[in-house]
Design a protein around this ligand. Structure first.
Ligand SMILES: Nc1ncnc2c1ncn2[C@@H]1O[C@H](COP(=O)(O)OP(=O)(O)OP(=O)(O)O)[C@@H](O)[C@H]1O
Length: 355
């Protein structure tokens, strides 16, 4: 059986049915369990009982997104709107197949234990080699990257930048308090619910600080990656603080970091020339100070998320007292908005955010 072939058949049958039938009729008519049970797969192994999905309760809709090795479908599980991430092991590449299984196991083991308003809500998973699935709550706002893409450059109000940054920092503070490094923090891995609350997602390459090992052969995303990680050196929680600095820059600009470079050129510039994306001259001093600390080349100079949360909370209080609080800014790095905006608008592209 070819990978995904049977899944494609299911998806297309279900999409056709969905179009013809009401949701209730559609739910009665077809469910995943029929196919997964007939595939001969069964759930085994310690711990799986705790997170295994009841496949008779899972209904799949349309594919709406893709990852490097996954496809994401909308669905319904126990009457809840869910996103279903399907990961398929390639038959022709044993190493990649083993890697994907390990990644799935580790992602589920982490997600299963996490409960926080700023972390994606895990619902259940299923392991049916060569296909694995992870069921999470569905967030209709999609990714923060998609949202920023829809906004004009430099258009997010500063109070919104502050609120979204605080959401992300709260989620990261919770993770770090549990000894978990995310290692792939970027706007694509941040989801928005219907109230514009941010959820940190995609724990595929996360690890427990005590078990992270070296970053050798690491597949994170260079544009957001701390220099010590690019250099495959020992790394700590501070790699997430670096990425958080870049995400704050994205919120301020709505642009992709280093979008005039390939990911490899960006990695070289960050490591060898200490390059960072240019802060706009309109960037409030409060933000530029925090961002510069977060993306410092020296991990020891980067603050912990506890400090970042306190700082952002103090900004929120200051803003409530003084609506002008975020209007003070310093000219930065010889970079002027007047020079940047025409170029950014003319050449604004969203290049592949590959490694
Ligand atoms: N629960 C969800 N609600 C809404 N959208 C989601 C949800 N989960 C994932 N997505 C969408 O699917 C995209 C890919 O999801 P995710 O990053 O988890 O997949 P992935 O296979 O780990 O991707 P990659 O390995 O390429 O980073 C997200 O950027 C987002 O647009």
């Amino acid at each position: 059986m070819k990978n995904f072939q049977w899944l494609k058949q299911i998806a297309s049958t279900q999409t056709k049915l969905e179009r013809r039938l009401s949701l209730g009729e559609y739910r009665r008519a077809i469910s995943w369990s029929k196919y997964l049970i007939s595939s001969g797969a069964e759930i085994k192994g310690g711990g799986e009982e705790e997170w295994s999905a009841d496949m008779s309760q899972l209904f799949i809709g349309n594919k709406f997104a893709s990852g490097r090795h996954s496809r994401i479908y909308r669905g319904v599980y126990k009457r809840r709107d869910v996103a279903i991430k399907l990961i398929s092991q390639p038959q022709e590449d044993g190493d990649l197949a083993a890697f994907l299984e390990k990644q799935f196991t580790s992602e589920v083991a982490l997600l299963f234990r996490l409960r926080h308003p700023n972390i994606i809500s895990f619902i259940a998973a299923c392991k049916k080699p060569p296909v694995f699935c992870i069921i999470t709550e569905y967030y209709p706002g999609g990714s923060l990257r998609k949202y920023l893409h829809q906004q004009g450059p430099y258009s997010l109000p500063h109070d919104l930048v502050l609120r979204l940054s605080l959401d992300i920092a709260h989620g990261m503070q919770y993770l770090h308090a549990r000894g978990i490094l995310h290692r792939d923090l970027k706007s694509e891995n941040l989801l928005l619910d219907e109230d514009m609350c941010v959820k940190v997602a995609d724990f595929g390459i996360s690890c427990l600080e005590t078990q992270c090992g070296s970053a050798k052969g690491f597949t994170g995303t260079y544009r957001w990656m701390a220099p010590e990680m690019i250099k495959e050196k020992h790394h700590t929680k501070k790699v997430d603080v670096y990425s958080f600095g870049i995400v704050m820059w994205e919120l301020l600009t709505a642009l992709v970091p280093f979008d005039d470079m390939t990911p490899e050129q960006a990695a070289f510039a960050v490591c060898q020339k200490n390059a960072r994306p240019p802060l706009p001259s309109t960037c409030p001093t409060a933000f530029s100070r925090l961002i510069r600390l977060c993306w410092s080349g020296n991990p020891d100079k980067r603050p912990h998320f506890d400090e970042i949360v306190s700082t952002l909370e103090s900004y929120t209080e200051s803003l409530a007292r003084d609506p002008e609080f975020l209007t003070s800014h310093e000219p930065s790095e010889g970079y002027t908005l007047a020079r940047c905006i025409p170029k950014c608008i003319a050449t604004r592209r969203y290049p592949s955010l590959g490694t």
